[in-house]
Design a protein around this ligand. Structure first.
Ligand code: KG4
Ligand code: ZN
Length: 358
C-alpha cells in the first residue's frame, strides 16, 4: 500500500511517499526557517502563507521522485494499479497552528477527491512517536512490535508529553508541560544568549565548548511523583544569569558572561529533567522500553545521556534516525497506513484541530 503523507502543522512543509507503513520512497521537507529567523520564532501568518506558496511544489517533488519518473500525476504521469498514484492520503490534521494545518488538510482533501482514494487524518504528536518505527534510508525494516507496552516521550518545539504506549497507534498521555515545551525552552534560551534560531541546534553547538556543571541551574521536578514538566523557572534563571538579576530580555549581556558554559549548563539541566521524568514514568508503568522522539530528540547530549540511562537501567530506548526527529511527512504517511489498516476512516468532513487531544 503506497501512502502519500502531508505535513503542515507548523513551519515545515512536508510531503512523503511511504510503502506498507515502513519503506520511505520519497521524503521532502521544505523548512521555513529563513522566513522566521529574524523574528526569533514562528510567525503563524507567515507560516500559513508560506505553506500555500510551497505545498504544490513539495507535493510534486515527493511524487515526482518516486514511481513517476520525474513527472507529477497532475502533469499526466504514470498511475498506480487503481488508476491513482497512491492508495491512501494521510495528513497531520492536529495539533498545530490552525492556518498551517488548514493548508495541509485542504491539499489532502483535494487530492483524495481528485484521485478517488481514501483519506486518513493523523495526530502529529503520535506521528512523532511513529518516526521511531521508520528508518530514514535503506535498508528499511518492519517496525518492531515486541516493545509494547512502552513509555513515549515526545519533546519538540510545540509539545512535551509522556505517553503510555500500548501499540504504535495507542497512546494515553501520562504527563505534559505546565508551561513551555522543551524545544521552545531551547529556542527562548538561545534568544536570551544571543544565539541563532532555531535555538536547539544553536545551544547544542555553543555547548560543545562549555562546562555543563559551570552554572547550577535549577531542575524543576515538581511533586516527587509528578510526570509533568515545567521549564519557565530554568528559563528565568538563565535570563538572570546572562543579563543580570531582574533583567529583561532586551537588557545587555553581562560583561564576562561565558556563553558556552551557560549553554552547556542549560542543556544539561533540560536533559537531567527529561531523563528523570522518563525514569519515573518507566518505573511507575513497569515498562522496559522507551521511545524518545520530536525535534529535541536530535540533541546530541540527550542522545548520549539516553544511552547511559539505557545501560544503567537495563532498558531499551528507541529514537528516530536524526532526519526523522524534526517535522517530516514520512512519519505521517507511516502512521496513516497503520491507522487505515486498523480500520480508521475519515472523509471530506475531516477538520483541522489546533488543540492537543489527551
Ligand atoms: O519536532 P519539531 O521539528 O517541531 C515541532 O513539532 O514542534 O521540533 C522543533 C524543535 C525546535 O524547538 C528546535 O529548537 C528543537 O526542536 N531542536 C533541538 C535540536 N534540533 C531541533 N533542540 C535541541 N537540540 C537539537 N539538536
Ligand atoms: Zn512536530
Amino acid at each position: 500500500m503506497l501512502v502519500l503523507g502531508i505535513e503542515t502543522t507548523c513551519d515545515e512543509t512536508g510531503a512523503a511517499l511511504v510503502e506498507d507503513g515502513c519503506r520511505i520512497r520519497a521524503d521532502c521537507v521544505l523548512s521555513q526557517i529563513p522566513l522566521h529567523e529574524r523574528f526569533g520564532g514562528v510567525v503563524p501568518e507567515i507560516a500559513s502563507r508560506a505553506h500555500v506558496q510551497t505545498i504544490t511544489r513539495v507535493l510534486e517533488r515527493a511524487l515526482g521522485t518516486s514511481a513517476f519518473g520525474g513527472s507529477s500525476p497532475a502533469a499526466g504521469g504514470e498511475s498506480g494499479s487503481s488508476g491513482s498514484p497512491v492508495d491512501l492520503v494521510a495528513v497531520a490534521h492536529r495539533p498545530g497552528l490552525i492556518g498551517s494545518l488548514l493548508v495541509g488538510v485542504t491539499a489532502a482533501k483535494c487530492l483524495a477527491l481528485a484521485w478517488d482514494v481514501p483519506l486518513v487524518g493523523v495526530d502529529h504528536v503520535h506521528a512523532h512517536v511513529y518516526a521511531a518505527a521508520l528508518r530514514a534510508s535503506p535498508p528499511f525494516r518492519e517496525p518492531p512490535e515486541d516493545i509494547f507496552p512502552a513509555v513515549s516521550l515526545v519533546v519538540s518545539g510545540g509539545h512535551t508529553a509522556l505517553y503510555l504506549t500500548r501499540s504504535w497507534t495507542a497512546h494515553s498521555r501520562i504527563g505534559t508541560t505546565q508551561d513551555d515545551a522543551a524545544g521552545e525552552a531551547f529556542d527562548k534560551a538561545a534568544a536570551i544568549l544571543g544565539l541563532g534560531y532555531p535555538g536547539g541546534p544553536a545551544i547544542s553547538k555553543a555547548a560543545e565548548g562549555g562546562d555543563p556543571r559551570a552554572v547550577p541551574f535549577p531542575r524543576t521536578l515538581l511533586d516527587p511523583e509528578s510526570l509533568d514538566f515545567s521549564f519557565s523557572g530554568l528559563k528565568t534563571a538563565l535570563l538572570y544569569h546572562a543579563r543580570g538579576q531582574n533583567a529583561g530580555r532586551s537588557s545587555p549581556l553581562r560583561p564576562g558572561l561565558d556563553v558556552a558554559d551557560a549553554a552547556a549548563s542549560f542543556e544539561e539541566a533540560v536533559v537531567d529533567v527529561l531523563i528523570e521524568k522518563l525514569r519515573r514514568a518507566m518505573r511507575r508503568e513497569r515498562v522496559e522500553t522507551a521511545i524518545v522522539a520530536g525535534g529535541v530528540a536530535a540533541n546530541r547530549r540527550l542522545r548520549e545521556r539516553l544511552e547511559e540511562f539505557a545501560r544503567a537501567e537495563s532498558v531499551r530506548v528507541l529514537r528516530p534516525d536524526l532526519p526523522l526527529c524534526t517535522d517530516n511527512a514520512a512519519m505521517t504517511a507511516g502512521l496513516g497506513c497503520r491507522l487505515w489498516r486498523e480500520g480508521v476512516r475519515h472523509d471530506l468532513a475531516l477538520e483541522a484541530q489546533p488543540a492537543t487531544v489527551p
